[in-house]
Design a protein around this ligand. Structure first.
Ligand code: NAD
Length: 357
């Protein structure tokens, strides 16, 4: 009997439905080629949910994601809903969903495809060959620490991590490194912050369970500089919430186009897989969005949520092949394009390549 998985599908707003449809096309092709079944369960979030139910995160979506093996998400938001009160806005729905799913690890790969090395603002020689993954702790640290307060002429926040929180995110990073080049660089500010000292000690302890992985430590200010100076030195970067927020944005710019970059939020339960970009209302409905970030997110879902490495490799290789052969959507059309293709044409090309051995 073939293996069967339930995939939650949240298309969202703007270009969300267009790009998610292409990812489904590719997932279907790969599932046939590899011999497993995918059942899709569509759910509402963001503006689409507001229009249909009056709230950005319906109860059915919170309950529905828990019945899935993983969730693929497009993007939410748009000018239509910008004037609503904060608790009713699409973005509030997304934050609420992430919280309800308990996803404490955010994985953001930054891969520079050879053919697009010119698209980066850095010199092609510096970025060509970059293939790194930022593993950011997502539910702790200074963004969530108590006490916090804004007074009239003083304000404060608290950076706090427990040993348990550090251990579980460290394990995520080491497990990923085992599937990659077996190198983890843990980033902190241990020369100044007690929290970072605990972070460093705990990561060093967890590393003992992964003798094949080479662990290094770096201060965050140096890491920011090194990411721009010589990004190829990194494989997995493990870091806390605020440092990861900043470093993952720096890393994302190495590749040059927001339409290429996937992400995953995982934790104890179901994982959420999504492109890093938003709903791009300026190009929605025109069929010109780049679906590669979402297709690549679907690949991460197969690898990290379902453990289907061969299927994920098919997607990664198909994307590389399409770019190598010069197929480009408009956003990356200026870089060695042989043919500018639409969103759905790009989906067709990737599905076709991914279904071949
Ligand atoms: P955005 O990422 O949607 O768009 C920024 C620019 O990049 C736009 O010019 C857009 O056309 C382009 N772009 C983005 N994705 C693209 C793709 N796949 N192919 C080609 N071009 C692409 O950011 P924004 O304009 O600041 O926000 C638009 C809306 O998206 C807002 O309502 C915002 O709140 C929301 N948003 C949602 C998410 C999410 O759902 N995770 C993330 C960020 C922003």
């Amino acid at each position: 009997m073939s293996r069967s998985y339930t995939i939650g599908i949240i298309k969202g707003d703007g270009i969300g439905p267009e790009i998610v449809d292409e990812a489904i096309k590719v997932l279907d092709a790969v599932s046939v080629a590899e011999g497993f079944d995918l059942d899709y369960k569509e759910m509402l979030l963001g503006g689409a949910a507001i229009d249909a139910t009056g709230v950005p995160l319906p109860e059915e979506t919170i309950a529905g994601v828990k019945e899935c093996d993983a969730v693929l998400f497009g993007a939410i938001g748009g000018p239509k809903w910008d004037k609503l009160e904060r608790h009713l806005r699409p973005e509030t729905g997304l934050l609420g969903l992430r919280k309800a799913m308990g996803t404490f690890a955010n994985l953001r790969p930054a891969t520079v495809y050879d053919e697009l090395a010119n698209a980066s603002t850095l010199k092609p020689d510096v970025v060509r060959g970059v293939d790194l993954m930022v593993v950011r702790e997502l539910t702790g640290g200074i963004y969530f620490g108590e006490p916090r307060e804004l007074l009239k002429d003083r304000a404060y926040n608290t950076m706090v991590y427990t040993k348990g929180e550090i251990e579980r995110i460290a394990r995520v990073a080491f497990d990923i490194a085992m599937k990659r080049s077996k190198k983890v660089c843990s980033v902190d500010k241990a020369n100044v912050l007690e929290v970072s000292q605990l972070w460093r000690d705990t990561v060093t302890l967890i590393a003992k369970d992964y003798p094949e992985v080479a662990l290094s430590h770096m201060y965050v200010d140096n890491a920011a500089m090194q990411l721009v100076r010589d990004p190829k030195q990194f494989d997995v970067i493990l870091t806390g919430n605020i440092f990861g927020d900043i470093l993952s944005d720096i890393a994302s710019m190495l590749s040059g186009s927001i339409g290429l970059l996937p992400s995953a939020s995982t934790g104890e339960g179901v994982g959420l897989f999504e492109p890093i970009h938003g709903s791009a209302p300026d190009i929605a409905g025109q069929g010109i969005a780049n679906p590669l970030a979402t297709i690549s997110s679907a690949g991460m879902m197969l690898r990290y949520a379902l453990g289907l490495d061969n299927a994920a490799n098919r997607i990664d290789n198909a994307i590389k092949r399409a770019l190598r052969e010069g197929y480009r959507t408009g956003d990356i059309g200026a870089y060695d394009a042989k043919e500018i293709v639409s969103c759905s044409q790009m989906g067709d090309i990737i599905a076709n390549y991914a279904s071949r051995k």
